[in-house]
Design a protein around this ligand. Sequence first.
Ligand code: SF4
Ligand SMILES: [Zn+2]
Ligand SMILES: [Zn+2]
Length: 396
Amino acid sequence: MRVRLRNPDRDVEVAGPLTVADLLDHLDVLPHTVLVLHDGALVTAAHELPADAEVEIRPVISGGAEGAPRCVVCRAPAVLEERRHRAAWCTAHLEDHIHNQIRRAIDHPPGLPHSERMCSYADRLLIAVSGGKDSLALWAALVDMGYRVDGLYVGLGIGGYSQRSQQVCERFAAERGLRLHVVDLAETYGYTTPGGASAAGRSTCGVCGLSKRYAFNRVAVEHGYDVVVTGHNLDDEAATLLGNVLRWQDTFLARQHPVLPATGTNQVRKIKPLYRLSERETAAYCVIRGIDYVVEECPLVDGNTGHELKAAFDLLEHASPGLKAQFLFGFYERQQRLVDRSVEEQVEVGECTGCGMPTTGRLCAFCRQRELILAVLPMTAGATGPAAGPVPTARR
Ligand code: SF4
Ligand SMILES: [Zn+2]
Ligand SMILES: [Zn+2]
């Protein structure tokens, strides 16, 4: 059989027939880190692959399960197993499961009064999409659930990867008649992520993360959105929490929550409705919904410490399924007792003198970073000035 492996892309020939479990064992691939597709359809561990099968092994980095080939709801053949839930689902009930987890996250955010929700049907939501599985799965699910959601893609200038990601987002939006905002870092702010990082002598992911967070909030403010939605999932949040605990970063621990309220003017609430779902579940959702997403990793991911923490946590999850969810949800339950969130609330937030966005100093972190970069780099034609200009009044 021909087996396509990803990141890096390569094809290998393996003698068959084999079960999926035996194939993964033969290739030394941890079952919980991948989805297996036979002729484009998801298959589970016990599925028999014929000698001439065309197989794709798609990395997703989480979850996993063994032996539960029947749907827990209707007993039909399952397409996905999750050891964390000790469950498996058929296509229809997997979709229900994903929607139920998102519904639960929105309606009952952890540690908040029972009546508080992440967002309401009256809110105008802006989802930050990267072209990857999480944000596109979430956009599709929220629209299906009846929310009013537009998208935002930030062009980071990471060569062909950024171009392909933008095309995928634009196609997704066009096929569904949805509105997508596109902000190109180079055109709007005068630098690309890799160029800015080398000019500032900072890590690429650091420059990238700050630029994206700034653009999400700024576009939301400019266009009058009520809420910014991001596709951070259970694996992302558990790895971030692990990193914050390992380094005892008190202020990050205080701020880590799936709902971040707006703390000043020109700031929009941020929510993470996927925090209850693993990457494996969102990837499977994309496959069953026919959502095309960028499978390749960002070529600059090697410098991302969050990625390494995720990989380390995957080993623990493999040995003890459910550990990530226990760690993350347990933290949210105890957060008020463990962390003094009032330290955050006492910080006085004012307006950046460069751009008008919220900051605790004179210039916001983004404007400081941009000043540093543009002192070294020539400004890209089309960028809107040394501080990107003040925030205009909201327009829709
Ligand atoms: S891996 Fe780093 S540079 Fe690449 S998109 Fe993520 S944060 Fe940005
Ligand atoms: Zn079912
Ligand atoms: Zn600023």
